[in-house]
Design a protein around this ligand. Sequence first.
Ligand SMILES: O=P(O)(O)OC[C@H]1O[C@H](OP(=O)(O)OP(=O)(O)O)[C@H](O)[C@@H]1O
Ligand code: HPA
Length: 185
Amino acid sequence: MSVDLEHICQVKAEADCLYNEAQVDAAIEAIAQKINAELANRNPVVFCVMNGGLVFAGRLLPKLDFPLELSYLHATRYRNETSGGDLFWKAKPELSFIDRDVLIIDDILDEGHTLHAILEFCRHAGAAAVHTAVLIEKEHQRKASPDLKADYVGLSCIDRYIFGYGMDYKGYWRNAPGIYAVKGL
Ligand SMILES: O=P(O)(O)OC[C@H]1O[C@H](OP(=O)(O)OP(=O)(O)O)[C@H](O)[C@@H]1O
Ligand code: HPA
């Protein structure tokens, strides 16, 4: 698929900055403090949800000061689009976590289908407990289930399509050093 880089650059130039780098990092620090207080003695297996969770996990992990194991999984339902479809597992968790505490790290809880499916997978696969951390939660009434919440949530945002800090717009701007809302979306 050919990408119109001019469009990609225009989207960044016209976007609204919802949170700058300092604000996002402060939110990550606050999450780290809570996780340090609550999971330090749990010897968890931490799964970064690729691709979106990469930047959040990269900033969060060095702030966690207890023993943990790190792995990744890749479940995707947006596939570089701005609305989600069926969940597709690109990589299921490889590290065994039977009877272990699991910590799932992802960038965004939007409709929540992704987190819901990952939670179900980990529970059925024998995790002792599953904890979830998301950098940002989007506020709307379209959640996969109304009671679906992450245990650790850094920020919240209005119902617009956002990018930056791991989140993409059509595969781009995961590297943006803040959280931005696309103009008109
Ligand atoms: O709450 P939901 O509506 O299910 O959406 C959240 C999920 O969508 C994004 O992943 P995406 O499918 O874009 O895959 P990617 O991380 O590889 O871009 C994001 O990283 C979350 O994992
Ligand atoms: O608003 C979003 N931005 C980027 N990725 C996403 N995945 C779900 N919602 C979003």
